[in-house]
Ligand binder design. Structure first.
Ligand code: GLU
Length: 482
């Protein structure tokens, strides 16, 4: 027997953004598909007309693409299949697995209130299940509207969850739920089962908030005589305060992290390890490696906490893995956007940009850090950090910087070694420690007191810029100390 082809899907409803939880489910499904050489599909659950607008769907697809989750086959839109769903509720009535319910919304509300008052079960009381064929016929002839309800069998249902093992639920806990509304349109669970069947989905991997739906869906599969997929329910992602991750609580969606300089591979890596484990101590993997080592039995049934600091730490590691050239290419438009430079300037100074990347890379946790840390490589400082000013902007600094500017100006080549030697020679001449020269020089050329090694900065900035900035700083010091 040939094993069944692995076909999985992510089924977002249109919300205008990709929730990190949905992103993580998409990654889990994608890894399962790619590892097995199967198919990863996208279905948009947009039966709600209001929500089928492109602006609510496009950002989700964009974010999936950004994460590298290329899907196979055409996207399936539920809104285009509404007529297709209709016949299945009729089929279920004909096979005796469902029945027509003529109860009006008012009557159902009254039932519920009565049950509440009597502290009885809130389930539908099956009033219409006992209608005789004649009674049904008369109501239909009279043009009465009906919804279609599944007829839940007696007993209990067990299925084997890929994540949590056997899960059992008493059927009576689930009421005879509605599978089609009075206009004949399918409700959520019926549409999902029809779609998963038509798409030949082999594994349904989703959040564990869908377990109740799964039990409902299992009864629909059985009623329609269709084979069940494998179900796996992954615990939801929690915030560090143990609340469910939610935009309403200020949590970010995937594109916000992108805008803040998180790399797609870092996001992919971090989300893949939330609720799934490679069962080794190693944490940093490329998507390709994750595809290779993915194992569907390694899902974790415990809750997973989304920790932004950890994501940042992953990002830092992924930045180190990226080539300087690739970082420079990603950064170039960001630098232009931040008004640090122009496209034109960068076009002829690619190597300079790459050198800047090499210097700043070990310090960057996000791509946006490069922007923040690199401004003095593009613009002369207009301000100097306060602590540095207080310490260095004193009359004694003036001759130190003057002597250095002169030495630097006289150098034939301006390199790491030559600038280091010039500074050491000047320190020796003045009979002071090198530190006395290093700090004001750093402040003069960068405006700040930390950063990469001073000689690296000097060699990268170049002779002309360095001398010019030191001289300008001397003028500033003269002004403030006069
Ligand atoms: N639209 C559902 C969700 O976003 C899909 C659930 C499923 O995967 O079946 O949670």
């Amino acid at each position: 027997m040939t094993p069944k082809e692995v076909r999985v899907r992510i089924a977002p409803s249109p919300t205008g953004y990709l929730h990190v939880g949905t992103g993580r489910m998409a990654i889990a499904n994608y890894l399962l598909a790619r590892h097995a050489g199967g198919k990863f599909l996208v279905r948009v659950e947009d039966t709600d007309k209001e929500r089928s607008k492109a602006e609510l769907i496009e950002p989700i697809l964009e974010a999936l693409k950004w994460l590298g989750l290329e899907w196979d086959e055409d996207i399936l839109y539920q809104s285009k299949r509404i007529d297709h769903y209709r016949k299945f509720s009729t089929q279920m009535i004909e096979s005796g697995h469902a029945y027509r319910c003529f109860c009006s919304p008012e009557l159902l509300t009254a039932d519920r209130e009565k049950a509440k008052a009597e502290k009885g079960p809130m389930r539908y009381n099956r009033r219409c299940l006992s209608l005789s064929d004649d009674e049904v016929k008369n109501k239909l002839d009279a043009g009465e509207k009906f919804a279609t309800r599944i007829r839940m069998p007696e007993g209990a249902t067990t299925y084997n969850d890929l994540v949590s093992g056997d899960i059992t639920r008493q059927n009576e806990e689930i009421e005879d739920f509605i599978i089609a509304r009075s206009d004949g349109s399918a409700t959520y669970n019926l549409a999902v089962v029809i779609d998963d069947h038509d798409m030949r989905i082999s594994h349904v991997i989703r959040g564990n908030d869908h377990i109740t739906n799964t039990f409902k869906q299992i009864h629909i599969y059985k009623a329609l005589g269709w084979e069940l997929p494998i179900f796996g329910h992954v615990p939801l992602i929690l915030r560090p305060d143990k609340k469910k991750v939610s935009k309403r609580l200020g949590d970010k969606d995937v594109s916000e992290y992108r805008n803040e300089g998180i790399l797609p591979d870092a996001m992919f890596n971090y989300l893949s390890l939330l609720g799934w484990s490679p069962k080794t101590d190693r944490e940093i993997y490329s998507p390709k490696e994750l595809i290779e080592i993915f194992d569907e039995t390694h899902f974790n049934a415990a809750n997973a906490v989304f920790d932004e600091e950890k994501l940042e730490a992953f990002n830092r590691e992924h930045i180190q893995l990226m080539s300087d050239h690739d970082i420079a290419a990603t950064l170039a438009p960001m630098l232009v956007e931040a008004d640090l430079t122009t496209k034109y300037w960068l076009e002829t100074r690619w190597e300079y940009l790459r050198d800047v990347v090499t210097l700043l890379k070990p310090r960057a946790r996000r791509l946006s850090d490069f922007i923040e840390l690199s401004s003095y490589f593009f613009l002369a400082p207009v301000e100097y950090d306060e602590k540095g000013r207080a310490k260095q902007f004193v009359p004694e600094t003036i001759p130190i910087l003057e002597g250095l500017a002169e030495r630097f100006e006289g150098l034939n080549e301006f390199t790491l070694e030559s600038t280091e030697k010039a500074l050491a020679d000047e320190a020796e001449k003045l009979e002071i420690k090198k530190g006395k020269l290093i700090h004001p020089t750093r402040l003069a050329v960068s405006g700040i007191s930390q950063g990469p090694g001073l000689y690296d900065i000097l060699a990268t900035l170049g002779q002309e810029t360095v001398v010019e900035r030191i001289r300008k700083t001397i003028e500033v010091i003269k002004k403030v100390t006069a």
